[in-house]
Design a protein around this ligand. Structure first.
Ligand code: C2O
Ligand code: CU
Ligand code: CU
Length: 429
């Protein structure tokens, strides 16, 4: 903590080496370590200040994905940090408790830098709005599950093989930077903060024995009620918090399952559509500490307020373009009014899957292909998955940080697509 009361963090990006495989080290990049970065935690209402130090041999930036903050603090391609340089953004955390994350955002090199290991979680906490009955003892009954797919070459290095149409995919799964992971469970109920930190692959997560679980939060915070499911689908960048119950002594596996991307089998293979990957094995202790039942209601939002819609816009995703255009740093594509709500119709008219992420905001999905979203997608979101030819109608409330000269970004969060220019810029005025 500094004298002005800010919570101070340092994130130093550097090269290193990580032992994933038993016999061969892998050259990697990380923040404050050799792979991934620390979980940053801040409380709603608190000021944070983060010294981002670049010890890499190339320029980078650090974007706070899901965070509401001034555009100049956002860490997108307009806030590059040169090798040897330091960048120190600060802002007051003011948004609901949520599982956010941070990752590089240098235009054209995001996929490579994330793939080498640069990413971490950023938890916003709000003790005043934490419901009883929801596990929240971090590291005991509340765990991060950061999921990435990689390929290893014979020498142990990451092999960036030929790209699928969606980007880099791999057939080895890392969870929180661990290959072949398991988790020892000591409580009856466990909260998992799932982050799809992969470049291109979407995962339909579920358990090998088909057990149900509850989704309690989406990208931007808690839902209004737990949603009972047996699968949860996350495309790159999306998060879900789930609560699952275990019996004493059980061995259960979190897996990915095949899901519909709207592609032919061959194309879907490269995007995760036909997966049955083992993600994480749970080993429950012979005696488990009791956990309460989940509350019936959570502090998430009710129906979105559509009483004053300032504008309706359309975003067509096709090829590597949004509305026929690719990123131009010198062009503002969209100007929105501070504190207004707009309807954004986002359509994937392409024969490949995409998703759509908007910086700074938490939007609501009003419908997907004309139908209301399933309960687990009805809360606060910052990224929406759009399989082939899918459309979503979003209600997007914009914040009050104005800056006519500094844009926020919206883009496809398949990192290679983003690097290829499938990105636009908006300002809030
Ligand atoms: Cu996760 Cu523009 O970012
Ligand atoms: Cu973002
Ligand atoms: Cu895309």
């Amino acid at each position: 903590r500094s004298s002005d009361g800010a919570r101070v963090f340092e994130l130093a990006a550097a090269e290193g080496s990580t032992q994933f495989l038993p016999d061969r080290p892998t050259p990697t990049w990380g923040y404050n370590g050799s792979y991934l970065g620390p979980t940053l935690r801040a409380t709603r209402g608190e000021k944070v200040r983060i010294a981002v130090v670049n010890r890499l041999p190339e320029a980078t930036s650090v974007h706070w994905h899901g965070m509401h903050l001034p555009a100049g603090m956002d860490g997108g391609p307009h806030q590059m940090v040169a090798p040897g340089g330091t960048w120190t953004p600060e802002w007051v955390v003011n948004q609901p408790a949520a599982t956010l994350w941070y990752h590089p955002h240098p235009h054209g090199a995001t996929e490579q830098q994330v793939n080498r290991g640069l990413a971490g979680l950023f938890l916003v906490e709000d003790p005043e709005a934490a419901p009883d009955g929801l596990p929240r003892d971090y590291g005991r009954d509340d765990f991060p599950v950061v999921v990435q797919d990689r390929n290893f070459a014979k020498d142990g290095s990451f092999h960036d093989g030929p790209r699928a149409l969606t980007g880099l995919t791999g057939n080895s799964i890392l969870v929180n930077g661990t290959w072949n992971p398991h988790l020892a469970v000591s409580t009856e109920a466990v909260r998992l903060r799932l982050l799809n930190a992969s470049s291109a692959r979407s995962y339909s997560f579920g358990f090998d024995d088909g057990r149900g679980f509850a989704v309690v939060a989406s990208d931007g915070g808690l839902l209004a009620a737990p949603a009972a499911v047996d699968r949860v689908l996350l495309s790159p960048g999306e998060r879900a918090e789930v609560v699952v119950r275990f019996a004493p002594g059980e061995r259960v596996e979190l897996r990915s399952f095949p899901h519909e991307l709207g592609m032919t089998t061959a194309l879907a293979n490269g995007a995760g559509g036909n997966d049955t990957l083992s993600i994480l094995q749970f080993r429950a202790a012979a005696r488990l500490s009791p956990s309460p039942e989940l509350p019936a209601a959570l502090p998430g939002p009710g129906a979105p307020d559509l009483s004053a819609i300032a504008a309706t816009r359309t975003f067509i995703l096709n090829g590597r373009h949004i509305n026929g255009r690719q990123l131009d740093h010198n062009r503002i594509d969209t100007v929105v009014g501070a504190g207004t709500t707009e309807i954004w119709n986002v359509s994937n008219t392409h024969n490949q899957p995409h998703n759509f992420h908007i910086h700074d905001v938490r939007f609501r999905i009003l419908d997907i292909d004309g139908a209301p979203p399933p309960p687990e997608l009805a809360g606060l979101k910052d990224t929406v998955f759009l399989p082939v030819r899918a459309s979503a109608r979003l209600a997007v409330p914009f914040g009050n940080y104005t800056d006519a000269a500094m844009p926020y970004m919206y883009h496809c969060h398949l990192l290679w697509h983003e690097d290829e220019g499938m990105m636009g810029q908006f300002t809030v005025v």
